[in-house]
Design a binder for this molecule. Structure first.
Ligand code: NOJ
Length: 763
């Protein structure tokens, strides 16, 4: 990787156009100066009075000694500590904070212990608040399907409010890793495959977690865009695996959501577990210092992932723990999570001269500055109010969970308008392992949830139906294994019903950390159940539970309707029923492409054309870029999602089709709802650069707009394209843009033609 810094001034000179810089889209911007907060004088004074051990303590974060079972199970067991030992460590000034406790009394006890330490530096309480706290919202991938960043902001705000109420200052979220290989289990935590959607969701979530009133607000928690960087590029979709990504791809694809998060004000980030092209992120000076701090002016805190510094040994990059601590701190990791290597080795590394005191002081300053920004020096107990009225699972928060749930449901197909179902006069058989598994509605990374036992689809249906006795619920099989007599029971229920709803897919344990799969299909036993039920001839609606894109080539043709239900959280059942029974139409779109077969992954819509593109994907042409058994296209592309309306696209207007270098091009289209139900459409703008000095993707999303249309109504949607929207990372690894011809589409998804035109970018 080349090691150069590009300053804003250099870019201006290079591009020769001041307008270009001001137009840089967030993702490709070179980072703007943060709020420029100066270090308060008392921090330098404090650092001057700290011992080396106290300094190392401020850079040491450990798992809370008091954790519930789910939180404890979220990470491998390592360096556990007894409650009394942890309190003693805090009193001795050897701990900066703890993570993954939700117990406000414990937080109070530890903060009181910190106030008994020599320098009384407040503790920091962190947690994995990924998609809700006690109220569980849809998994982030599901919520990304809403194509509604404002919704993501609101759920993050609500989660922050609940978490802060028990003393949590810092969330290890949002996860902003672009994920293009559906085998990787952690795609569920992010916003999918697309850079633009990823950027918008990252910014929205940071705004939501941190709030609008500054980090010192008692209801703000500081955000941590993670995992920096390219964790989602793991080879083979295998978690923790090697990534080998060019600097161009890093800058074009993996960096932008982080930049968006930092531009939105995130003051922390987490170094990822993986290596990038031979250098582990946790020891990657180029990444953590040259780029993050040098180019982007990031002034916040970099924390390692859980034992990430210690894992440099297993990577074969560090000789031992001491070497690992040295490499991590020198690369720019300010805070060590869980290994305790900084506490153990930093003092002697400084004494031996291997690490300069200034390097340690710099990291300590960043940590203390963060604590100051969070208002902890003013009032260490500002978020710790055990006797305050509960902020957990307030009615409005649960209502938001229901809104988020229904807005995350994607309708993939709806033959003969089998959906929406009727709430009365229709006998329904609800079949499948997800029918009444409330535990799976939570999805992975729910460590602190409240009572969600009523969140399953069966309960939602019983509450929705006018006559719940018309509903029969049968599991039919397990997620991976048959149940004795299950198929027969399911078939009998289907025969007795007018319509079958099959709740099938993955269990919550199939996605998340270390949950990579070799195949991304619905397990065979469930497909067999579907076959048996479909053979009754009854209309079948499949409601999928899933934490990733699924290959539905075999499954989809067997159902009249297919809904993607992800894991929708505390109000999963009711949110699904809002859509199933038509109180609200489906309004979400796929944030990841659903390929035809598992073997197509990694599959993403904005791939390159190659030198031998496949002109007729439906037929097997020789010597073309396709598989022998399947075209290289998605079964349900990125951006796809149907409504209960009938949308028509027309009236494309791109003016004179000329985009001046310092101007704008307005693209307009008229969308009409020719159906008989109101519907929400996500109108998408895609662009393709025909010829460039770097090969460009077949399509790239440049903007989207969600509109609601009553039956018979039309609306004109307007997009503005500027030169900066067409930037890419050039041969010199700097953002560049080249005049020439571009294709433009206004379309309901990627990979469909929609409305097509061309325009010229003038030089
Ligand atoms: C490891 C995960 O990679 C990270 O996302 C999480 O925040 C930490 N564990 C702490 O639980």
């Amino acid at each position: 990787m080349t090691q150069h810094r590009i300053t804003r001034r250099q870019l201006l000179t290079a591009a020769g156009a001041a307008t270009l810089l001001s137009q840089l889209p967030m993702g490709l911007a070179l980072g703007r100066a943060r709020d420029g907060a100066k270090t308060p004088a008392f921090i330098d004074d404090l650092i001057g009075r700290m011992s080396l051990v106290e300094k190392a303590g401020q850079l040491t974060l450990m798992a809370s000694a008091s954790q519930n079972g789910a939180a404890a199970a979220a990470n491998p067991i390592s360096n556990t500590s007894a409650v009394s030992a942890q309190v003693a460590a805090v009193k001795a000034g050897q701990l900066t904070g703890v993570f993954n406790s939700s117990n406000v009394l414990w937080h109070e006890r530890l903060q009181k212990a910190a106030m008994q330490s020599r320098l009384k530096i407040p503790m920091l309480f962190a947690a994995d608040v990924i998609h809700g706290f006690t109220t569980v919202f849809p998994v982030p991938l599901g919520e990304a399907a809403s194509f509604e960043p404002e919704l993501a902001r609101r759920t993050a705000r609500a989660a922050a409010m609940e978490a802060a109420a028990v003393g949590i200052d810092w969330t290890f979220a949002p996860m902003v890793d672009i994920a293009r290989d559906a085998r990787w289990g952690r795609g569920v935590e992010g916003s999918g495959e697309d850079v633009l959607l990823g950027r918008r969701m990252a910014a929205a979530r940071v705004h939501g977690f941190q709030g609008e009133r500054g980090l010192a607000d008692p209801e703000a928690v500081v955000a941590c865009p993670k995992h920096f960087c390219a964790y989602g590029a793991a080879e083979g979709g295998l978690d923790y695996n090697t990534t080998d990504v060019s600097e161009r791809v890093l800058r074009q694809t993996y960096f932008p959501p982080f930049q968006a998060g930092f531009d939105a004000g995130a003051m922390t980030t987490m170094a990822s577990f993986n290596e990038i092209s031979g250098i582990p992120a946790t020891a990657n000076h180029w990444l953590l210092d040259d780029v993050l701090r040098g180019e982007w002016d990031f002034t916040g805190v970099v924390v390692s992932d859980y034992t990430g510094d210690e894992e440099l040994i297993a990577h074969g990059f560090a000789r031992d723990g001491r070497d690992a601590a040295r490499l991590a701190i020198l690369a720019g990791v300010d805070m060590s999570m869980q290994s305790a290597l900084y506490l153990k080795h930093l003092p002697s590394l400084v004494e031996s001269g291997e690490v300069r005191m200034a390097v340690v002081d710099r990291s300590v300053r960043r940590v203390l500055q963060l604590k100051a920004q969070l208002g902890l020096f003013d009032d260490p107990f500002r978020r710790i109010k055990p006797s305050a009225p509960s902020r957990q699972r307030l009615p409005e928060t649960l209502e938001l969970a229901r809104e988020a749930a229904r807005k995350s449901v994607v309708l993939l197909k709806n033959e003969d308008d089998v959906l929406p179902l009727r709430t009365s006069g229709q006998r329904i058989a609800l079949i499948g392992p997800l029918a009444q598994d409330w535990d799976s509605t939570k999805g992975p990374w729910t460590l602190f949830e409240g009572d969600d036992t009523g969140s399953d689809l069966a309960t939602g249906m019983k509450q929705t139906l006018a006559d719940p006795s018309l509903l029969q619920v049968v599991a039919g099989c397990g997620y991976q294994k048959p149940l004795a007599g299950g198929v027969q029971e399911a078939v009998a229920a289907a025969r007795a019903a007018d319509v079958v709803v099959m709740a099938i897919g993955e269990s919550r344990d199939d996605s998340g950390e270390a949950r990579s799969r070799t195949s991304i299909t619905v397990p065979q036993v469930q497909q067999d159940l579907l076959d048996a039920v479909a053979a009754t001839g009854k209309p079948v609606v499949v409601v999928l539970g899933n934490g990733r894109a699924l290959a539905l080539g075999k499954l989809a043709p067997k159902a009249q309707a297919v809904l993607v239900g992800w894991y929708l959280g505390s109000r999963s059942g009711l949110g699904l029923c809002d859509v199933l029974f038509g109180a609200h139409g489906p309004s979400a779109r796929l944030p990841v492409s659903f390929p035809r077969e598992s073997g197509q992954v990694p599959y993403y819509y904005d791939h390159k054309t190659t030198g031998r593109p496949d002109p007729e994907p439906e037929k097997l042409s020789p010597f073309k870029t396709r598989y022998m058994t399947a075209p290289n296209s998605a079964l349900f592309p990125f951006g796809h999602g149907l409504t209960y309306g009938r949308m028509e696209y027309g009236g494309l207007d791109i003016g004179d089709g000329r985009l001046p270098a310092d101007g704008a091009l307005t693209v307009r289209a008229t969308i009409s709802n020719r159906g008989s139900r109101a519907a929400e459409e996500v109108v998408q703008l895609y662009v393709h650069d025909r010829v460039a000095s770097i090969t460009r993707p077949v399509q790239e999303l440049k903007d989207f707009r969600k509109i609601r249309l009553e039956p018979g109504a039309s609306a004109q949607v307007e997009f503005t394209l500027r030169r900066a929207d067409l930037l890419f990372i050039g041969q010199d690894l700097k953002p560049t843009v080249e005049p020439g011809l571009f294709d433009v589409w206004v379309a309901p998804s990627a990979e469909v033609d929609g409305l097509h035109g061309t325009f010229e970018l003038l030089g």
